[in-house]
Write a protein that binds this ligand. Structure first.
Ligand SMILES: CC(C)(COP(=O)(O)OP(=O)(O)OC[C@H]1O[C@@H](n2cnc3c(N)ncnc32)[C@H](O)[C@@H]1OP(=O)(O)O)[C@@H](O)C(=O)NCCC(=O)NCCS
Length: 168
């Protein structure tokens, strides 16, 4: 069973190892702060300002399996940006990210009251693009060759989900 909870300081070392891993880091944003101090600061903020930011732990049968986070983009428009999705390689390929993303969408929209969720994937990250489409994010466009990553200009594929998509 997949479940979601907020990260605590006890999770920081595990998060740093997962996010910095060779099977995860190349797919995350090049500007993402993955060092211990930054991850710790994000976890502290998630606990201090739970309506504005969240660093989550995905658990499978009570064991840590992944992470995802959100940040408030606009209070007026009730927009949150989702990011930092990573499933530990040992748990990939069996729907863990799908289950967790669906739970996260409902938490952000129905519990925290967001109206719109946004996320972006690199154009080369076909697995994350397939996952995003599978869980109902709507492909809204492409920022062409927007970010320098792995020595090349990469597209960013933009996804959005609105409250009405879940109510429909
Ligand atoms: C992207 C990522 C989170 C996806 O995690 P995952 O657990 O493998 O993804 P899902 O839960 O969506 O599982 C998907 C795969 O399992 C397969 N699968 C097997 N059983 C399944 C089930 N019961 N339910 C759903 N999918 C299942 C699917 O067919 C799918 O295969 P595909 O990727 O070839 O299409 C993971 O690959 C990852 O951490 N990548 C590195 C970091 C990254 O890219 N982050 C995203 C940045 S935008």
């Amino acid at each position: 069973m997949t479940s979601l909870r907020r990260a605590t300081l006890d999770d920081v070392d595990w998060l740093v190892e997962l996010l910095g891993g060779a099977e995860t880091e190349p797919f995350l944003g090049g500007q993402a702060a993955l060092d211990r101090m930054s991850v710790r600061a994000q976890v502290e903020r998630s606990q201090r300002e739970p309506d504005q930011a969240g660093t989550m732990i995905i658990e499978v049968g009570g064991e840590r399996a992944g992470t995802m986070k959100f940040e408030l983009v606009s209070d007026v428009h009730r927009i949150a940006r989702i990011g930092g999705l990573a499933v530990h390689p040992a748990f990939r390929g069996r729907g863990v990210a799908d289950d967790a993303a669906r739970q996260f969408q409902r938490y952000l929209i129905f519990e925290l009251g967001f109206h719109r969720l946004e996320l972006a994937c690199y154009g080369f990250n076909e697995r994350a693009i397939r996952h995003s489409e599978r869980v109902g994010f709507v492909r809204e466009g492409t920022k062409r060759r927007a970010y320098l990553r792995h020595g090349e200009w990469q597209d960013a594929v933009l996804f959005g989900l609105i409250r009405e998509d879940l109510e429909g």
